[in-house]
Design a protein around this ligand. Sequence first.
Ligand code: NAD
Ligand code: MG
Length: 379
Amino acid sequence: MSDPIPAITLPVATVPVSLGDRSYDVLVGAGLIRDAGGPVAAIAGRRPLIILSDETVAPLYLGLLTRALESAGCRMMDPIIVPAGEATKSFHHLEAVMEILLSRGIERGAILVALGGGVIGDLGGFAAAIALRGIDFIQIPTTLLSQVDSSVGGKTGINSRQGKNLIGAFHQPRLVLADISALDSLPRREVLAGYAEVVKYGLIDRPDFFTWLEENGTALVAGDAALRVAAVKESVAAKAAIVAQDEREGGVRALLNLGHTFGHALEAEVGYGGELLHGEAVGVGMVMAFDLSVRLGLCPPDDLARMRRHLAAVGLPTGVAHLSRGRWTVDALMAHMAKDKKVKDGGITFILARGIGQAFTARGIDAEPVRAVVAAALE
Ligand code: NAD
Ligand code: MG
């Protein structure tokens, strides 16, 4: 009898996030939830761990993670499971999580483990930031968006009736485990939404990465694990490099908002009901930012055509005519943009580009070209 064929395990990449005494590693690889015991135990030792997850992710990965941590000798408290979806980033669910944590008598040494997408990472990170004035937390992001974006950089928080992410804290995790295998259960549309944020890093300051994505994006979106590891690793490195320079968004970190000023306006107009995912809005918003850059004479039209072509090739929307169907107005979208939290002293900060991989921050942009860009996206 022959030996069983060993599972092919891709090498695990380690990306350091360098923030002085708040530094941590992001591990990227396939099978990292199954193999979480070693890296988590190295941080936790005998400190108690509490996993926070949602009702979609828990049935898929909570058992696997719990077994891995128990086998490594970790002390596990009962998990906390909250409903899936953006509405969970609320005071109501924050209060519920906090009361459970405190009713269990957690001490400062307890560690919260956020197992899920950006909603769980943001809510769990914020709960960890304020429980007993701050306990440690570990991120185990399970969506592409959370692996390449929300789990890295320490922004945590919940939504207010006044807008998204308006209540929160900077609180860096102690460790991030990005398990590419978890993406196998993610709906294709969610994969694509996360992919828009991957493209964003190429457009900001990594033109070679953008070229690599043009060659590999379709296979990556379709499920190629090695390509996904490479793309998540590069994206995390790109975000880490920016966050290391500017942890609290006083300057260069604003570049990560490429596509977001326009994107948030689209999201606000359509409502947060799933018709337009955040990543989809960012994809359209990046097209609009490049369109604006071209109209201002700052960016070659070929670069706009090229980035638009790539987004369309993988299956992302590049405009919103299919949602607007003639109902949205330029005025309404301009009003949403004026309300965005990135507005300072009444002026909107735009992230523009001199080309692919050459994003920069600009203020004092005339309304007329902005209106023309919005009108074009609605057509
Ligand atoms: P999400 O957490 O809502 O996940 C999307 C959906 O996929 C949910 O229904 C979830 O239950 C499900 N899911 C998660 N993992 C899965 C898996 N492996 N298989 C099957 N289903 C799975 O959303 P998201 O897109 O991960 O994150 C969006 C949130 O992240 C927003 O609230 C946004 O504000 C936030 N965010 C934060 C930052 C930051 O820096 N903190 C950055 C970007 C986005
Ligand atoms: Mg985003």
